[in-house]
Design a protein around this ligand. Structure first.
Ligand code: ASP
Length: 449
């Protein structure tokens, strides 16, 4: 049995939904299908999830949200009409959306999640209805009944371990099960969503739960590329990549696959295929536990902006037991997740995302470091980008760091930080935000041209 997930662009219009259904019925083992909400039809269009968020925002701002809701209804109406669905289909979608708009707003996070999930919930029903009309046995699954139990973190939920046992029963269902991605339920029964892009996570959880032979993730590109095609013209395609490599690249900005989505399939050892709904015969990219390294030590290059570095120095820091723990404790107290901690003999830098480190937080944290840890020097550098050169082959290949740093020199980019993770799957470099693209381009020429 395969678990198949379709992203928003694959469901953006009636024409796309027809392609999805053709792909599903072309292979009888595609029995568990996860759908996103209809996404953008073209550049400049809006995703249904974004429209739903504006409905929630309107209501929370004490407006009625009717106009915003009408835009969501219009998107579904156009799809239903072009698919030739009966008026009933649109009626239940309209009623469902109105019920969500009228839900209790006391908890703003939960209210917003209830609306956000409407794109996936109604898309699953629409796709199942359409397949039935084509003469296939298909059912839209209710994640609450199926046992998709999540943590109590609206907009940022995680699956609870106990969910897997019940979800496994999806194996026994007959016909094609259409499962809405992106959301589940807390143990108390309230709806909560994963982070944005979370249908990938739903697909991976289900693939692991039913022990799928393959998790196919359909999107709108033929494969994963070694670097961002917006920066590099016609970059090389990746035929095979390991979970660890993909995880590192997703972290550093590869947007093909949600970076949290690999964890369930990684632990279950289920291979993943990234494929294109618009070109399903293209081989795509396989994400696997191990790959033949051959002469491909580097598999991808990625860069992502928006970091800052908090530099702390104290003379004889290396002799002071507990300094690192106390420094990180301070970040924990302030609920700031840290990303990396490159260190020297008497200094330690803590790299965090700028979005969690506004100026008020900075002032507080710096004051605490100075007073509670008696640091000699504390400074903050904003506007940093992290560049990752990723490949399992790195461990066994001499001279890669030299080649990488030569590429930095050629691009005339100053290196702010180097961090080779102990996993040896990647090398990470810190540069100024404005140097990010030139660096990726220069590294691409070095390793792939
Ligand atoms: N529809 C959700 C979003 O736009 C989830 C997803 O598409 O994966 O974030």
């Amino acid at each position: 049995m395969k678990t198949v997930k379709f992203g928003g662009s694959s469901l953006a219009s009636a024409e796309q939904i027809r392609k999805v259904c053709d792909i599903v019925i072309a292979d009888r083992t595609r029995r568990l299908v996860v759908v996103s909400a209809p996404g953008k039809r073209e550049d400049g269009d809006e995703k249904v999830t974004d429209l739903l968020i504006s409905v929630a925002e309107a209501r929370l701002a004490r407006r009625d949200g009717i106009d915003e809701l009408a835009r969501v209804v219009a998107r579904f109406a156009q799809i239903a009409e072009e698919l030739g669905m009966s008026a009933d289909t649109l009626d239940y979608i309209r009623q469902d959306l109105q019920a969500r708009l009228a839900a209790d707003t006391a908890d703003e996070g939960l209210f917003t999640d209830t609306l956000k999930a409407a794109g996936e919930a109604n898309c699953a029903r629409l796709v199942a209805d359409y397949l039935r009309r084509q003469g296939h046995e298909a059912h839209a699954i209710d994640p609450r009944e199926a046992g998709m139990i999540l943590s109590d973190e609206p907009g940022n939920a995680r699956v609870l371990q106990q969910a897997y046992g019940k979800l496994r029963q999806l194996r026994e269902r007959t016909g094609i099960s259409i499962f809405p991605g992106f959301f589940g339920y807390k143990e108390s029964g309230r709806l909560v969503t994963f982070p944005r892009g979370g249908s990938d996570i739903t697909g991976a959880i289900l693939a692991a739960a039913v022990d799928a032979e393959l998790y196919e993730n359909f999107t709108d590109v033929d494969s994963v590329y070694v670097a961002n095609p917006r920066l590099i013209e016609n970059p090389c395609a990746v035929a095979e990549i390991t979970y660890r490599e993909m995880r590192e690249l997703s972290y550093a900005g590869f947007s093909v696959f949600h970076d949290e989505a690999l964890e369930p399939v990684f632990h279950a050892g289920i291979p993943v295929a990234v494929k294109n709904t618009n070109n399903p015969m293209a081989p795509g990219t396989r994400i696997v536990p191990h790959r033949e390294i051959g002469n491909v030590p580097v598999v991808g290059i990625a860069g992502t902006a928006g970091f800052c570095s908090i530099y702390v120095s104290r003379y004889l820091m290396n002799r002071e037991i507990g300094f690192g723990r106390r420094l990180l404790q301070l970040f924990e107290d302030e609920a700031i997740p840290f990303e990396h901690t490159p260190s020297g003999i008497d200094n330690l830098s803590v790299i965090v995302r700028e979005e969690v480190f506004d100026h008020a937080t900075e002032e507080r944290v710096l004051r605490r470091i100075r007073t509670e840890l008696a640091a000699d020097e504390v400074s903050v550098e904003r506007g940093l980008a992290l560049i990752m050169v990723v490949g399992e082959g790195m461990r066994h290949t001499v001279g890669l760091a030299a080649r990488a740093t030569a590429a930095f020199a050629r691009a005339n980019v100053n290196l702010e930080m180097i961090n080779q993770g102990s996993s040896e799957v990647s090398m990470m470099f810190g540069v100024k935000d404005h140097d990010k693209d030139a660096t990726v381009q220069s590294l691409y020429s070095e390793f792939f041209d």
